[in-house]
Design a protein around this ligand. Structure first.
Ligand SMILES: NC(=O)c1ccc[n+]([C@@H]2O[C@H](COP(=O)([O-])OP(=O)(O)OC[C@H]3O[C@@H](n4cnc5c(N)ncnc54)[C@H](OP(=O)(O)O)[C@@H]3O)[C@@H](O)[C@H]2O)c1
Length: 203
């Protein structure tokens, strides 16, 4: 069975934003090496992941910035590797508005997210990452559609932006697999979801 992982980028108060904070823009490793968060969420997974799912806004943003065509010559090598990975894998763009996309190896899908994820699980391929944006990930969290979750928690109480923790359908229990922190106070948390009944995902 294909494993579904959701990547969750959030402030301490649970907002899906990328605020500025002391050190946020400083590379934490060598120029050619990703920091721990990037490595755990992406680099370590290049060999097992074959599908990346994104909402339309995140998809168009990633295509503009992170496809190989969008790379700047001075970008670090690990970002070129990331772009090659993204260009290569199958990308699922969630959208009612778009009919097609011009990013290679991509398709547009619409409908109920639980059904889309269930269908993807049955298709041939490796593991799946749900990358965002916050609206899509909120739905994944609300209905516990993923098998595991990587959280990057930024040390900021931001007070605005999309919320990940609106009222949930039911209690979700998660098992902590790893917890670490990065030099500027970001937490990197990896949780596995306990298996749950399909019925609770369908609400
Ligand atoms: N990981 C991340 O990507 C991330 C993290 C933090 C912050 N952000 C920021 O958040 C912004 C985008 O986030 P967002 O939450 O507003 O947008 P998003 O989740 O990327 O995209 C939302 C759009 O996805 C489509 N969609 C979602 N579910 C669908 C479904 N089941 N069926 C069909 N279409 C579906 C809809 O597009 P249509 O209108 O075409 O129907 C919807 O308007 C970006 O500016 C980004 O910088 C991103």
């Amino acid at each position: 069975m294909r494993k579904v992982t959701a990547n969750v980028y959030m402030t301490l108060d649970g907002r899906g934003e990328f605020p500025k904070y002391p050190g946020y823009d400083l590379p934490s490793g060598d120029r050619d090496d990703p920091d721990e968060f990037f490595r755990r969420m992406w680099t370590d997974r290049y060999s097992d992941v074959t599908t990346v799912v994104m909402g339309r806004r995140s998809f168009t943003g990633h295509r503009r910035v992170h496809s190989l065509k969008g790379r700047k010559p001075n970008d670090p090598k690990f970002l070129f590797d990331y772009s090659r990975f993204l260009d290569r894998v199958e990308k699922v763009c969630l959208s009612h508005r778009l009919k097609k996309t011009d990013w290679e190896n991509s398709r547009v899908v619409k409908g109920d997210l639980a059904k889309i994820v269930a269908k993807l699980r049955k298709e041939k391929g490796g593991n799946i990452i749900i990358e965002g944006g916050p609206r899509v990930v909120h739905e994944v969290l609300r209905r516990n559609l993923a098998d595991d979750y990587w959280f990057l928690v930024m040390p900021v109480v931001y007070g605005r932006g999309p919320r990940y923790w609106d009222p949930m359908i039911a209690q979700t229990n998660l098992k902590l697999l790893s917890a670490s922190h990065m030099p500027y106070g970001e937490l990197v948390l990896h949780y596995e979801a306990y298996p749950q009944k399909a019925a609770s995902r369908s609400k």
